[in-house]
Design a protein around this ligand. Sequence first.
Ligand code: FAD
Length: 378
Amino acid sequence: MTAQPEILIAGGGLGGLACALALARKGRRVRVLEKAAQFGEIGYGIQMGPNIHRVMQALGVMDALEPKAVFPDALVMMDSVSGEEVTRIALGDAFVRRYGYRYFVIHRSDLHGTLSSKGLVKFAERDGGVLVTCEDGSERFGAALVGADGLWSPTRRQIVNDAPRQTGHTVYRGLVPVDAVVDRQFLDSMVMWCGRDTHLVQYRLRGGTVMNNVAVFVSPRFRRGEKAFGQPDELHEMFAPAVPRVREMLKYISLERNWVLHDRDPVTNWTAGRATLLGDAAHPTLQYLAQGACMAFEDGLVLASEVARHGDDLHAAFLAYQARRMNRTARVVLSARFFAEVCHAGGGARQLRNDLLGRRSPDDPWEADWLYRGVELD
Ligand SMILES: Cc1cc2nc3c(=O)[nH]c(=O)nc-3n(C[C@H](O)[C@H](O)[C@H](O)COP(=O)(O)OP(=O)(O)OC[C@H]3O[C@@H](n4cnc5c(N)ncnc54)[C@H](O)[C@@H]3O)c2cc1C
């Protein structure tokens, strides 16, 4: 008997690896083609909603993650200009009763195995499967291709051929030992300090020993149409109106590099024949709901369940997968844009935000309820 052909996955990011694991658990042979020899963007923290605690348990990896994860007691929004609390979502017993699962944060490399191989350049349908051409000129035939190759996905270029939307939102990050952190009021929470066109996020990682710090601003130079933008002087200029305790926290941020954020408008098709897209290749989003990787994980499980359901008809499986994923991920992309406006509000919008959010109960998950309820898994 000949072995079933492999399903090829371009991209060994969080989405590609989750998809590989989910397919393997359904008995499919998979091969991950990863461009990078090592991973460049995994050295910081990532937040995982209860929808993903559930996914990790379904993948059988939560027991291994548990000792490294941190389970915050609340998501707290602070006004960085007045220094006052705006609102919070409590993550304790009532939250766990509501969703059945917990909210956790984790260092990306604790979530990520190691692998390396080679990058995809292009693909073509061939003989009832897909032929992938790699950067070194070699070719690999598979039963199908999942493009999990991130924001700049070459697989997406062939299927959709659109461009990422540049936003001018610029991110600097930094990790410091928790002992070095002076302001310890929110040590057990995920706290977000919001100002006009800025926010600063803090939460602990690695069993609570390390503080993850993320400072974000919308670059005025980008808004003026300048090509070079987002330098450290803009970071300090944008955080100047913040209360001293927030400006102090900028010392925990590394100025060595920044990330400029993009998303894409939702589309109505990610699939061409036996090739489809997953994760940031399919629906890159701004990080304001902290759900980009969460969506990639959900994608992986749903894709694997549709592959198991459709047997050899992988085109039908991919169409069924995208039908289940498209609206939920489009809602994440568009809600994240809205939530960026909420976090970065100034003037009357800030006053309205503080008033409306100040009146909600910490036990009401607000606009996140539909997300945290997760998706059907089998
Ligand atoms: C500042 C910031 C904070 C964030 N915080 C959160 C959070 O708290 N929670 C959350 O859920 N999400 C968060 N996200 C989003 C999250 O990081 C992404 O959505 C997630 O990493 C996407 O995973 P992916 O596997 O789809 O893509 P990627 O992680 O980009 O992986 C793509 C992989 O494909 C590889 N690749 C690229 N081209 C090729 C090729 N030609 N051939 C083969 N391989 C290729 C790349 O090397 C990479 O390894 C955040 C993002 C940012 C920028």
